[in-house]
Write a protein that binds this ligand. Sequence first.
Ligand code: CU
Length: 290
Amino acid sequence: MSVQRIAVLGVSVMVLAAGTLTGGTAGAAGPAAARETAAGTVTVSITAAHNVTMPATIQPGVNEFRVTTEAKSSGFQLVQLAAGYTLDEAIADIDGFDKGKIKPLKRFEANTTLLGGVNVLPGKVGKLAVNLPVGSYYAADIERNRPSAFTAFTVAGADTGASMPAGSTIKAVKSTSWAKGPKSIARRGMLTFKNRTDKNHFVGLVRLKKGKTAKDFAAWIDAAMEGEEGPPPVDFRVAFDSGLVAPGQTVATNYKLPKGEYILACFWPDASMGGMPHAFMGMYRGITLT
Ligand SMILES: [Cu+2]
């Protein structure tokens, strides 16, 4: 299972996009770096079988997860389960909404706190910075929806004292909208996502084809809503998508894309709208990467 596949359930026009996003340029960027032991740095390695290996206990406060994988691709994701909601139930619910069922999606969203993630390809380091309170969590590779891909860890002890990284910031507001600014962001670095809404979202950046604009994207969405699947004005192979982020959370992930004109969009399905991706509810806008 991938976030992209979750994100596009019920909307056939996006299936193509999902496949290309999954196989395309992952968000994680930069050369494989040497291990560091600075406060708040958590080294995570994912095996070819998608098992997540990391320390069993980490400190509260800002942590930067540095994720490498031996799998073809990995979707690292942090998640906290509500008291009484088991990992087996979460996995069953993910299976359910992956098949397009809305009830499991509602149950999953009501019982989880999603704390960001980062896509990782072999030879790259995915970075995820997030401020974690004391508690119990799972680190997962959501490329595989099975218990072995979820590793439990505890946050306890003294604060790391670390701070969130600098870089461009994207903000989601008013349930399913993007804040109007910034109109442009850096093309690489750490991208901070502030989810100031009441729903789960992720950041999707996808490059507009030459000469195309956000208006063309709007027309394409409108046509798709009418069942007319024309060629998209965006190139889903030149894209970034972050992990999932719960209401009120702030996370930062590394990314690297070519300069140019992009669409900022979230394709997470809305349970209250029968699984319609947020982009189809208007959660998209143009953005320049410089
Ligand atoms: Cu969304």
